[in-house]
Design a protein around this ligand. Structure first.
Ligand code: AMP
Ligand code: MN
Ligand code: MN
Length: 326
């Protein structure tokens, strides 16, 4: 059997392709976060400075806490009818095109650029700029901006710092290397508004979100001698707290912060299928566990969508985690 190593595009190859194309659609994943959106906006704004035509495709609305980012008013699930045939669709922060949602038009592979830092990226583009050692998709974009020799202005710097602060959990996760801190300092020198990012993404919580956190913590179950902790949020809990899906973001991280916990899980049982978020303290690979159930992500943070009942999802995730050494 031939061992097919995925081919990763070089920075020069991607830069040449970006220079060649006249028009771009930056694509972010469903339930967007500061990385997928910030990376797309940073590259989009830079390409506009080079005189290119740029659109932003995102199936879901821009979350409340990301609306401060520049250009978000142009983000839409509608695609203009008059796009040139050689428009390049740039996917950011996702392992496969399905993560962009069902509204994504059918695309030819030759018109796809895949920029990502996920471990299990399926290399779905004509060019795949997949750098799993980068802390965010935004820091992959930094290499491209340097290659393109565009000035990183204050707007671009804010988008890029948002990707870093989102995916390092505000410089707390283990992907916060000295290089990441140096780059973040450079972005601040270029005008990135760290205070605003902190406020919008890590503070500014709605009271409903805190009430929901309290409800979910009340339901938390510790298992496997306290090494695993899980909880859930369902329609009734959202209604009770006056909360919505955007208010669930931090719950799984709080569960992970409990003493002795190696893996935490949150089961989101609303909007049809059950979406599961997994976090690891570093011993168990939750990306591998999520992959067993059709999901993906990173070693310490992953997710999946489960079709079935909540008890079935809880059982399946438990089994997948045990199979990965929990
Ligand atoms: P979340 O728990 O939603 O913050 O997601 C954590 C990580 O898992 C992110 O890197 C996501 O891209 C990834 N992820 C979440 N849900 C899925 C899914 N259904 N399929 C693949 N990857 C996912
Ligand atoms: Mn993401
Ligand atoms: Mn990311």
């Amino acid at each position: 059997m031939i061992d097919e190593k995925p081919v990763v595009a070089t920075t020069d190859e991607v830069v040449a392709e970006l220079r060649k194309r006249p028009a771009f659609v930056m694509v972010s994943h469903v339930k967007p976060d500061g990385d997928t959106l910030g990376a797309g906006l940073a590259l989009g704004i830079a390409l506009k400075k080079l005189g290119k035509r740029v659109h932003y495709f995102q199936q879901d609305a821009v979350p409340r806490n990301l609306r401060f980012l520049p250009d978000t008013e142009f983000v839409s699930r509608d695609v203009p009818a008059d796009l040139p045939a050689d428009t390049l669709w740039v996917f950011g922060d996702m392992s496969d095109t399905a993560r962009a949602g069902e509204f994504l038009p059918k695309l030819a592979r030759e018109n796809i650029l895949d920029i990502d830092h996920h471990l299990g990226n399926s290399h779905f583009g004509a060019l795949n700029y997949v750098l799993p050692h980068e802390c965010s998709t935004g820091t992959c974009v930094v290499h491209l901006l340097r290659g393109l020799k565009v000035d990183i202005d204050k707007d671009i710097a804010t988008c890029l710092l948002t990707t870093i602060m989102t995916d390092t959990g505000g410089f707390m996760h283990s992907n916060t290397t000295p290089e990441v801190l140096t780059l973040s300092a450079e972005l601040m020198h270029l005008g990135a508004n760290k205070e605003q990012i902190t406020e919008e993404i890590f503070a500014n919580k709605r009271l409903a979100a805190l009430k929901l956190l309290g409800r979910a913590l009340n339901e938390a179950q510790a298992e496997h001698d306290g090494r695993y902790i899980w909880s859930f949020v369902d329609e009734a809990m959202l209604a009770e707290c006056g909360a919505d899906g955007e208010d669930t973001e931090e719950i799984v991280n709080h569960l992970r912060s409990v003493e002795g916990v190696e893996v935490s899980a949150l089961f989101k049982d609303y909007d049809g299928d059950i979406r599961v978020s997994l976090r690891s303290s570093g011993r168990v690979n939750v990306q591998a566990a999520a992959s067993r159930l059709g999901g993906g992500g990173h070693f310490r943070a992953s997710g999946l969508t489960f079709v079935g009942s909540l008890p079935d999802a809880v059982r399946a995730v438990d089994e997948a985690l045990v199979a990965e050494g929990l």
